[in-house]
Design a protein around this ligand. Sequence first.
Ligand SMILES: NC(=O)c1ccc[n+]([C@@H]2O[C@H](COP(=O)([O-])OP(=O)(O)OC[C@H]3O[C@@H](n4cnc5c(N)ncnc54)[C@H](OP(=O)(O)O)[C@@H]3O)[C@@H](O)[C@H]2O)c1
Length: 318
Amino acid sequence: MEYLRLGRTNLRISRIGLGTWQFSDAWGTPSKEMASKVVSRALDLGINFFDTAMVYGMGTSERLLGEALREAGVDGDDVVISTKVPGEFLNKLDVPASVEKSLRNLGLDCVDVLLAHWPPCWHNFPLKEYARAMESLVNMGKVRCLGLSDHPVELVESFRSYLSKADVEVLQVRYNLVERWAEAELVPYAEKHCMTVQAWSPIAKGALTGKYPPGHHLFEDVRSNDPVFHPENYKKVWDVVKVLKEVGEKYNKKPVQVALNWLLMSSPAVVPIPGAKTSKQVEDLVGAVEWRMSYSDWLALHEATINMHLMYSARYVL
Ligand SMILES: NC(=O)c1ccc[n+]([C@@H]2O[C@H](COP(=O)([O-])OP(=O)(O)OC[C@H]3O[C@@H](n4cnc5c(N)ncnc54)[C@H](OP(=O)(O)O)[C@@H]3O)[C@@H](O)[C@H]2O)c1
């Protein structure tokens, strides 16, 4: 495994993390056994950076992650965990209550990285209020550092302006080879300010693995309506999978490993946080690090996707 510093902190994190939304009903029926196997294999292979959120199964993911870590004999100091306060709870009353609940779920005394999960859209909570509420948890030792998820740069700047001593160390964004919007503003901003970018959906919810040939995906999970899998979009995604396969053959790597390796090469700030359901998937994900494709192969993938746009309204308008 490769390691790097999280933002400007002294926390040492693995070059890829593990997302644990998969330990919730959004992705099927979560089980303690599945979570334990996935987490234990991830730890064996050197992953020490885990992402969860209160909304993932309303605490189920946090609970299963906490139990799996305890079962593996790991305590909070051996790993770095990010969790999130949902946009609906971003006010001075709900932020501390939400974090207290997350800590109980995880069985920990302190959250390593606390992120605002998404900007509050429905209640008009002022950004100043949740910035101050989150920072006061840092001051009280309940949280080590702060992050923002799915916040545009303008809101990141504004949030930072209300902090006294703490700063934003992590930005969490959707970022994968076929959804590259983060490259325009968020990734350069994070690089400039030495923040870590947690890339979510780094394998486009499994689309970049190449295991779903066009026309064969009748999902009964969160992917059932995902625009990536809409036939019109998926045609384009599948063309990219073909390039991933070609590149992978040169290095004896799977498409999923090439897709993640491409992200690692694209920015030193980016730490992908793919989710996994089995220990075999974890093994494959870890095979994305400790090697790099050539610049010309990186470029071939860059050129295959730079002008590619998925249509997010496809289900409604086509
Ligand atoms: N901040 C946010 O708003 C936000 C939003 C979404 C996600 N996240 C975080 O990001 C994490 C990952 O993103 P994501 O859940 O959207 O999906 P993802 O990581 O892009 O894809 C995960 C899915 O791909 C498949 N897969 C994983 N490894 C594989 C392998 N080696 N070979 C073949 N298939 C493999 C699995 O599903 P199948 O086996 O069923 O195909 C798995 O559930 C989440 O767990 C969560 O922590 C954050």
